[in-house]
Write a protein that binds this ligand. Structure first.
Ligand SMILES: [Zn+2]
Length: 298
C-alpha cells in the first residue's frame, strides 16, 4: 500500500521536534518505513536520535539523507496557523518544517513505497539516513552516523539530500557542494563604573560596536564560479545590564559566517582574531571568543 506524502508530512509536522528534541518524529518515520519492508536501526548519540533504514542488501545502495529536527517557530502570534498544526491553504502546506524538511522526507518515503509497489524485485538497495541533529550544533547527527556506518563496512554509493534548495520551482537547482559554517561568540571585557565618572570605567560596548562594524564591513571574497561570496551576519548583541546609569563590564555578540572554499574555519578564525585583538587593544579591553564550526566548505 503506497504511503501518502501529504499525510506523512502532516504527521511529522505535528511532532514539535525543535532541535535537539525528537518529539517522536524518528519513531514515526521508522514505523512507516517498517510497514513497507525497511529494516530500521535507531542510532542514539548522546541525546540525539538518528535513523538508518534499509531495504534490500545488494549494491548499489541509494540513500536519501535528511533531518527531522526543525528550528524554533519564533513568536507563535506571528504565524497565520499553529506551526505544529499543519494546514493546507491555497494548495500550500503550512507548518514548521513543511519546507525544511519534513515534506522532503515524506516524499522520499512515498516515492520508495510507490517504486516497490511496482518493482517487487530490483537490483540494489535503498536506504534512508535521517538525523534529529541538523539545525543545532550538529555533532551527534549525520557525521557520526556516517562514521558508524564506515566502521560497520556499510557502503552508500549514491545519495540525495532533500534540503530545500530550489528558490522558485522544483528542479531548477542542483547543489554540488556546501558552504562552510562557523559561529563565533564574542565577549568584550571592560571595566564597570558609574556613567557620571566615565574616566574611572571602560565601556566594552564602544569596542564591541567598532569590532562588529569592522567584521561586517570586511569583504571576505567576491565568490567563486560555484559559490556566492562568503558572508558574515551578526545574530545577537547583548549587554546584560539592569541599571541605566551603570557602564557595564561585559558586552556579548554572536555572529555566523557562511563561507565558500576560498576560506577554511582556521583561516577565518585567524583573520577575526587579528581584528578582535587590534581593536580591543586600542579600546584597552580584553576579549574572549568561542567558535563552533558546523562544517567546512566543500
Ligand atoms: Zn534542512
Amino acid at each position: 500500500m503506497p504511503i501518502s506524502e501529504l499525510k506523512l508530512a502532516k504527521e511529522l509536522i505535528r511532532r514539535p521536534s525543535i532541535t535537539p528534541n525528537d518529539a517522536g518524529a524518528i519513531n514515526l518515520l521508522a514505523k512507516n518505513l517498517k510497514s513497507i519492508g525497511f529494516k530500521c536501526q535507531i542510532i542514539n548519540f548522546k541525546n540525539i536520535k538518528n535513523l538508518y533504514a534499509k531495504l534490500g542488501r545488494a549494491s548499489p545502495n541509494f540513500c536519501y539523507a535528511g533531518h527531522t529536527d526543525v528550528v524554533p517557530p519564533g513568536n507563535i502570534n506571528d504565524w497565520s496557523v499553529n506551526p505544529f498544526k499543519p494546514t493546507v491553504k491555497n494548495n500550500k502546506l503550512i507548518g514548521r518544517g513543511a519546507n525544511d524538511m519534513k515534506a522532503s522526507i515524506a516524499c522520499f518515503v512515498a516515492a520508495v513505497s510507490r517504486f516497490i509497489a511496482k518493482n517487487k524485485k530490483f537490483k540494489g538497495s535503498v536506504s534512508l539516513l535521517i538525523t534529529g541533529d541538523e539545525e543545532g550544533i550538529a555533532i551527534n547527527g549525520t557525521k557520526r552516523v556516517v562514521e558508524y556506518l564506515i566502521r560497520k563496512r556499510e557502503k552508500i554509493n549514491f545519495c540525495i539530500v532533500g534540503e530545500p534548495t530550489n528558490p522558485n520551482k522544483l528542479g531548477e537547482m542542483i547543489k554540488i557542494g556546501r558552504r562552510g559554517s562557523i559561529t563565533g561568540r564574542l565577549t568584550i571585557i571592560g571595566t564597570q563604573g558609574h556613567v557620571a565618572y566615565p574616566h574611572r570605567a571602560n565601556n566594552p560596548s564602544n569596542t564591541m560596536v567598532k569590532i562588529l562594524k569592522k567584521i561586517k564591513e570586511i569583504k571576505l571574497d567576491k565568490g567563486t564560479k560555484k559559490f556566492q561570496p562568503s558572508n558574515l551576519e551578526i545574530t545577537k548583541i547583548n549587554i546584560d545590564n539592569h541599571a541605566d546609569n551603570v557602564i557595564p563590564r561585559l558586552a556579548n555578540a554572536v555572529f555566523n559566517i557562511r563561507f565558500n572554499n576560498k576560506h577554511s574555519s582556521t583561516s577565518l578564525k585567524r583573520k577575526l582574531n587579528g581584528i578582535f585583538k587590534s581593536i580591543a587593544k586600542k579600546g584597552k579591553c580584553k576579549f574572549s571568543v568561542i567558535y563552533e564550526v558546523s562544517g567546512e566548505a566543500f
